[in-house]
Design a protein around this ligand. Structure first.
Ligand code: CP
Ligand code: NVA
Length: 309
């Protein structure tokens, strides 16, 4: 019999703040522990556990970091593109989730539509992890908080400036601002503002979130400046977005407004010359490769929690 109340990791608004802080702390500890995860940090459920990963969109970091993380925890992985599954020929998500739950110990899904993830979650009887949807990217933000804290200390009370598209990654940053108690200043064009439902959720919880069309105002004195690609996977209107977002490029001049001690983050993949200049991403403020590495440590902490740590 499978576990009937699985620990899904779907979004940062559906897990309580103490649990999320515990996952971030565990990610810091996983990093200190290195490749050989000590017995005490491995949930009993991880031994020989199998994670199946399903990708409806491309991935480098999420794919490889989850694969390595699962192996370092003592488990194994199966990697599938969605076209490998019978879903492509019309089998329902509900049936797929129920069948996979009979074989494996956890499922990670990168889906085009967030609704696909939600439907999967309703029917999966093993933990389901959101590996990015059109709505959110919670695993990324666990790694980002680890990265921020390594560079700057505890994130509570600090200020993060998001500059660019109000996209899926921005949505998870908004949820994190509430759950981890930091200030988030979003600068984006009027027509690319973040999901109003998530803004409303954050406002209801008195989240310190502001939205402006001025990149300069958002970054002024911020501890961290974050951006992301102007054209997310699956978006068709690349030229319109690039034109709208041109004033939101993170340049050295913009970083100077943040201040000498500010760090620069980007979940990658990055498009130099669009959302960030080569000088900034390769420059002294940039922590993007620590951030990418921290995906591995974050995935281990997320998997350990899902599997019962
Ligand atoms: N940041 C991130 O999720 O990268 P991938 O798309 O390569 O997984
Ligand atoms: N916003 C980007 C993130 C990639 C990791 C996308 O959805 O394509």
């Amino acid at each position: 019999m499978q576990n009937m109340t699985p620990r899904h990791f779907l979004d940062l608004d559906s897990i309580d703040a103490d649990t999320l802080r515990g996952i971030v702390n565990a990610a810091h500890a996983m990093k200190r522990a290195g490749k050989a995860v000590p017995e005490a940090m491995r949930p009993p459920g991880a031994d020989n556990a199998i994670l199946v990963m399903i990708f409806e969109k491309p991935s480098t970091r999420t794919r490889v970091s989850f694969d390595v993380a699962m192996r370092q925890l003592g488990g194994q992985t199966i990697m599938l593109n969605h076209t490998d599954l019978q879903i492509g020929r019309g089998e329902s998500i509900a049936d797929t989730a129920r069948v996979l739950s009979r074989y494996v110990d956890a499922i990670m899904l990168r889906a085009n539509l967030h609704e696909t993830l939600n439907e999967f979650a309703q029917h999966a009887t093993v933990p389901l992890i959101n590996g990015l949807t059109d709505r959110s990217h919670p695993c990324q933000i666990i790694a980002d908080i680890v990265t921020f804290e390594e560079a700057k200390g505890p994130i509570a009370g600090r200020s993060i400036a998001w500059v660019g598209d109000g996209n899926n990654v921005a949505a998870s940053w908004m949820q994190a601002a509430v759950q981890f108690g930091f200030e988030l200043r979003i600068a984006c064009p009027e027509s690319l503002r973040p999901d109003p439902a998530i803004v409303a959720w954050a406002n209801d919880r008195k989240g310190r979130i502001s939205i402006t069309d001025s990149a300069e105002a958002a970054v002024d004195g911020a501890d961290c400046v974050v951006t992301d690609t102007w054209v997310s996977m699956g978006q068709k209107d690349a030229e319109r977005r690039k034109a709208l977002l041109k004033p939101y490029a993170v340049t050295e001049e913009l970083m100077r407004k943040a201040g000498d001690d500010s760090i620069f983050m980007h979940c990658l993949p990055a498009y130099r010359g669009n959302e960030v200049t080569a000088e900034v991403i390769e420059g002294p403020h940039s922590v993007v490769f620590d951030e990418a590495e921290n995906r591995l440590h974050a995935q281990k902490a997320i998997l350990a929690w899902c599997l019962g740590a």
